[in-house]
Write a protein that binds this ligand. Structure first.
Ligand code: GDG
Length: 742
């Protein structure tokens, strides 16, 4: 029962399972033990400091539990009965979605009854979360079992900020399209503000499915989801949803800490000894799941023994296959298949003193896992499809001795980051065999070089960094401190060395403080000099990227002649020539006339509202109107134009509503500028929601800087235009070899 919990939590995490295990003594006394996992470790400090609650199933069927506290975290149990577990969890989640999302490695089943259970249980989770979330709270929903929860929550509680993270892959459209409920699931997910995936490709597959099934406009990671009543997409209003990759990780430091413990190192030595001190110990650790490619691994190993390329005298494979989903029939069949293969191989190749495969169908304490990682010379991760694969990252985190070789399937999400592993296609048995031999024979120097680079990757992006970057995208920062933060300074050092560097800057709110009358805006003192110092450097181009009409931008910014300019969100461009490029079709000119008439009459009748002409549209400013009048004017404009010009692009800014007959964004502007300048790295700074389009097209090596508070895709944030000027000076200094710091 959740009814007694108060709606007071400002951060609510929702996942199928609560992060606790249940135990009941003979006398009926109930105890809860925290089940250790990366997600809990990552979110624990945050949950404590931000008054958080965790909503989920406690792992026992048919039992009601009151919300309770465990280890300082408030837990809100959701009841599941036996039928729910069979139909929602084992059925729709694990027998339909799991195989479908893992590229149909096993055939998915499609049953209407299990779908009904999925909807019913998702509704229960959504209701439980809605009941405990404070007004305006952030709710973070996890994984494929709960894809309908974001939409259900938004409908019940439009005040909430909702995030969703998918821990498993999202399949290509050709596969996803098989799902009879494909539209309902997408619609469910699009209830979130930010949808996180493991890999770039997963986010791309999702966005493509949205385009194919709903036709919503998408730009990079941004999807414009129509809002309003009735059938989707009737009113012209839209909500911005971000679908982006946020690769999950582990608590790397805690793994290394365990690995450094003398008792665990002693245990690692003991494991090797017990196995007869083989020259090479190979290890596989997986849930017993058909996605993990355990069969392919055994086949490759068996053939290597049969070919005589490896011998049981020298090499032992330890395979941990943790019990998983044991009531689902595909998993029962898999267990038989794997155990048959292990039995055959051991029968064929083991000797009295040497076992080919040491196979364990158990779960072990984490300490034992770490000892195994330490003991293993070669780690085999041969997944046929895997969202991320944390085992690969754990192995790397444990190897503080900078030794050991990771053989990693390119079909695991981890392969995107862990490029210094030996990457394999597990379907290619010959290739996998060669990779295993290469790993066994790899010289120490190469092992160290590769492991060092792998360790850097895992340390840089640990699970705390992962959750922080997701929540940053979801909620924006709290109060932003003054000055240049250290991580930003580090990133500036990175881009300063680019061959061709593009510095692209929004103007209002970024170089100039916001003012009541747009024509009065001026860059703060020192900006011009800072820009000049960049212009003096070879290989650096500076561009202003503004929503203003270009003539207005020229007027207020008074830019040096070599500054590249784009105005009207990329519609107007001026690149090293006096001409402003722009072309509008005659139909667009006609639309512009209607737009001018409608907004003219609104601003003429509502005090404090003004109109600004733009080359391809008009902006309605409400900064000087009362809040009520401002809202009235914006509503009237949306309603009247929605009727008369349904195809218009509407863009909302701070106290301004912009209508354009041509759709273009600051993201288009940045892309155009990147092409024109041939820049290999881009720095972009901006403060407004329209700058998010520019952040969305930045690449991994670029730097996005958000000014002020609010949700953002930018990786960094500073307080005000003062810091922006400091940042520009700093980039110029770094590039010319000096290093003044503020
Ligand atoms: C899903 C996605 C994604 C395993 N056996 C034992 C044990 N484990 C631990 C491992 C690791 C975890 O379980 C397994 O995580 P994986 O990432 O390898 O795989 P999934 O369970 O399939 O997880 C996956 C993940 O979600 C996170 O987003 O990476 O792609 O499929 O931490 O160490 N731990 C202990 N004893 C065992 O016997 N203590």
């Amino acid at each position: 029962m959740t009814s007694s919990a108060e709606p007071t939590y400002t951060l609510v995490v929702v996942s199928n399972r609560l992060p606790v295990d249940y135990d009941e003594a003979a006398d009926g006394a109930v105890t809860w033990r925290t089940s250790p996992g990366g997600l809990v470790t990552a979110l624990e400090p945050l949950m404590r400091s931000s008054h958080g609650a965790w909503v989920g199933w406690p792992g026992v069927a048919d039992r009601d539990f009151e919300p309770f506290e465990n280890d300082g975290i408030s837990l809100v149990p959701v009841r599941l009965n036996e039928t729910d577990i069979e139909d929602y969890y084992e059925g729709f989640s694990n027998d339909t979605l799991w195989p479908l999302y893992h590229d149909v490695i096993a055939p998915p089943s499609f049953h209407r009854e299990t779908w009904d259970a999925y909807v019913r249980v998702n509704r229960r989770f959504a209701a439980a979360a809605a009941a405990v979330a404070a007004p305006g709270a952030t709710v973070w929903v996890h994984d494929y079992q709960l894809q309908l929860v974001p939409r259900m929550l938004r409908e019940a509680r439009p005040d909430l900020v909702i995030g969703f993270f998918n821990h498993i892959p999202f399949p290509p459209y050709g596969i996803y399209a098989q799902l009879p409920w494909r539209k309902q699931i997408l619609h469910g997910l699009l209830g979130a503000d930010v949808i996180g995936f493991q890999r770039v490709a997963d986010a791309g597959n999702f966005t493509q499915a949205v385009r194919r099934l709903f036709g919503y406009p998408t730009r990079g990671v941004v999807i414009d989801v129509p809002t309003g009543d009735g059938p989707i997409g009737q009113t012209g209003d839209s909500r911005r949803v971000i679908a982006k990759h946020f690769p999950i990780s582990i608590d790397a430091a805690s793994y290394e800490e365990l690995a450094r413990r003398p008792d665990i190192q002693a245990r690692a030595r003991q494991i090797r000894e017990d196995l007869g001190n083989p020259k090479t110990l190979m290890l596989g650790v997986d849930r017993l799941d058909y996605t993990k490619g355990i069969g392919h691994r055994l086949k490759a190993f068996g053939e290597l023994l049969a070919d005589g390329r490896l011998s049981v005298e020298d090499v032992t494979l330890v395979q941990v296959a943790s019990p998983s989903r044991e009531r689902v029939s595909t998993y029962m069949a898999l267990r038989d298949e794997i155990e048959l293969a292990v039995g055959r191989l051991n029968g064929d190749f083991s000797t009295i003193s040497h076992t080919a495969i040491s196979y364990h169908h158990h779960s072990y304490p984490r300490e034992e896992m770490v000892a195994m990682y330490l003991a293993a010379d070669v780690m085999l991760v041969t997944a046929l499809r895997d969202g991320m694969n944390l085992v690969a990252k754990e192995y790397v985190a444990v190897r503080f001795d900078v030794d050991g070789v990771l053989v990693l399937s390119e079909f695991a999400g981890a392969a995107d980051e862990l490029k210094q592993a030996i990457l394999i296609n597990p379907h290619d048995i010959d290739g996998t065999k060669d990779a295993i031999v290469r790993a066994v024979e790899m010289p120490k120097r190469e092992r160290t070089r590769r492991m060092r680079s792998l360790r850097r990757k895992v340390a840089e992006n640990d699970v705390a960094a992962w959750s922080a970057s997701f929540l940053r995208a979801l909620t924006g920062g709290a109060a932003v401190p003054a000055g240049i933060p250290d991580d930003l300074d580090l990133a500036l050092q990175g881009i300063a060395g680019a061959e061709n560097l593009l510095i692209a800057l929004d103007f209002d709110g970024t170089l100039a403080p916001h003012v009541d009358h747009p024509e009065d805006a001026r860059a703060i003192a020192g900006t011009r000099e800072a820009v000049q110092s960049l212009l003096n450097l070879p290989g650096v181009r500076v561009a202003f990227v503004s929503g203003r009409a270009l003539v207005s931008l020229q007027h207020v910014a008074q830019p040096q002649s070599s500054v590249l300019l784009t105005g009207s969100h990329g519609i107007e461009v001026q690149l090293d020539t006096p001409e402003i490029e722009l072309d509008l079709l005659s139909s667009e000119l006609e639309q512009l006339d209607i737009l001018t008439r409608v907004l003219g009459s609104i601003s003429g009748s509502i005090a404090g509202t003004t109109i600004e002409r733009k080359p391809a549209g008009l902006a309605l400013h409400t900064r000087l109107a009362t809040e009520k009048d401002g809202q009235r004017a914006e509503r009237a404009a949306r309603d009247q134009l929605g009727d008369q010009l349904p195809g218009l692009t509407v863009r909302e800014g701070k106290n301004v509503l912009e209508f354009s007959v041509r759709s273009s964004t600051k993201g288009d502007a940045v892309t155009k500028l990147r092409e024109y300048t041939g820049a290999d790295r881009v720095f972009y700074a901006g403060d407004d929601v329209t700058d998010e389009d520019a952040f969305a097209v930045l690449r991994e090596d670029d730097v996005g800087l958000k000014i002020g508070q609010g949700a953002t895709l930018a990786g960094f944030r500073v307080r005000s235009p003062h810091e922006v000027t400091q940042v520009l000076v700093r980039i110029a200094a770094l590039r010319s070899g000096g290093s003044p710091r503020f």
